[in-house]
Design a protein. Sequence first.
Length: 209
Amino acid sequence: MIDIVVADDHPVVRSGLKQFLASTDDIKVVADAGTAGEVLALLDNVACDVVMLDVNLPDMNGLEALKRIKRGRPGLPVLIFSMLDEEQFAIPAINNGASGYLSKDSPPDQILVALRTVAGGGHYVGPALAEKLIEGQVDHGRKLPHDTLSPRELSVMLSLSKGTPLKRIASSLGLSVKTVSTFRARALAKLDLHSNADLIRYVLEHKLG
């Protein structure tokens, strides 16, 4: 049996995965979490074979959560499960230790293939990206402006794009409002933006949230 921990901020997604995987004979969800903090705490107490991890979590950028998971459990496969652009985010995720990248709009059979592949020690990307990689159509070195952001800067930017107040962001990250404001300012400077409205527009244009 392949035991799965799911980390996603949408309860409907977690519930849907539980119901879907319950119909299989070899995969089950043993625990789920809505934040990066919750999944990191869960992994101290719950044994599992794979973590399904969303990139866009409310309290921490998913790539930073991925790094922390791999530091604590280097042998644990992590499958990124996200709506973010696969071609843009899959390679950075795998370079940071993910065993695979799965789009949330993947058909059910691909979800099962991905989980079984990474649980068995392999790596998984969707068929379309795999074909592009084989044909050399993906630029591994391509850098977009937000690629220069630190995990904290990216996390603050995504939170601001959702309209989360600075005080709430600071509380969720365990930081002072002044420090969060500094991360905001750095993100704006690196992206050559000037306001929260510009941040929201950037996030939407690049499908980051």
